[in-house]
Design a protein around this ligand. Sequence first.
Ligand SMILES: [Zn+2]
Length: 273
Amino acid sequence: MPELPEVETISQQLNQHLPVIIQRVRSTIGLKQNILKTPLVKLQGKTLARIHRKGKMLDFIFDDESHLLSHLGMTGTWLIGTAAKLTKHSHLILEGLNSKNEKITLAYDDPRRFGKMYFLKNDQAVTKLNTLGLDLIDPHLNVEYLKTVLQKFPDKLIKVALLDQKYFAGSGNYIANEICARAGIRPDRPIKKIKDDDFTRLHLAISQVIAPALASGGTTFQGGYRDSTGEKGQGKNHLVVFYQKICQLCGKTPVTKITLAQRGTYYCRNCQK
Ligand SMILES: [Zn+2]
């Protein structure tokens, strides 16, 4: 599933092509949960001004302050370009003109169709985005925030808590695994056993995980994420425990795999306590 680094990569790539005046809309909208009941022809004639991101949600902002919120689900991406390659999984296709008067195609592509879209007015979009907590790379997400939020759930396991989008928007399974690894904390440690120093390490670990993943254009796993040009991200090279046989921190211990909250969980019993 695309997590913060992947969604941010797509957002940055799409913004390079904006603004785009939408001239034609085609849709199969074969998404499993189609929230886009509004006739999409409404997008025609609007200018897509810019795209923001909060957590894993992309926020397409139009010139009339309407918003298209797009969550990529498991396998979603937005392809864009003067020659965007459409596939049989392109469920929503927006065609228009950029500021150089070139024809631009913007297509939502999602083989497994778990993506979600919401077409909303400005105040509705704000309300929806406010259900998400601080973005993982929001500067306000400091040690104090981590501590205050996590200590509300003393019995929760740290990795499970880190997945909660109400507090840590943009995290996901690989990010949460890797944050625990970089912080030296076992993913199944209950929060009540996390000490002051650990919170500092956890905070540092967030940027240690996100920065290289972003610099690599996101992380692609088997059959997964593609960016807006259809390319894979190279973030896999920076993983230390997730999908690894040997821990890349100590370089010698076989990685232990367990299941927490139904998600594959990886850690090094040498490096993480
Ligand atoms: Zn190790």
